[in-house]
Write a protein that binds this ligand. Structure first.
Ligand code: ZN
Length: 85
């Protein structure tokens, strides 16, 4: 059996959009992570891991659409960029 990478299920939430200010279903989130002040800890027990949204000092911006989120959220890669010579 190959190990499949499981993507976490993201529950859809409604928040105020950081750009346009309307309350809509969140399409994009931008996490501003706090600067690491302590030694990096590696989580070996995945049941005890801290979710990114629960990290102390994290700032989350919500966006209702890709237009509001900005160009950094648009996937601008094309297939050719994945081909290795
Ligand atoms: Zn918006």
């Amino acid at each position: 059996m190959p190990r499949m990478q499981k993507r976490p299920i993201v529950e859809s939430i409604r928040r105020k959009c950081f750009t346009c200010g309307s309350i809509k279903e969140v399409q994009h989130k931008h996490f501003t992570m706090p600067r690491n002040t302590t030694q990096t800890t590696y989580t070996t027990n995945m049941d005890k891991k801290v979710l990114r949204k629960d990290v102390k000092g994290v700032e989350i911006k919500y966006y209702c659409s890709t237009d509001c989120a900005g160009p950094e959220f648009i996937n601008s890669y094309d297939e050719d960029q994945f081909i290795r010579p």
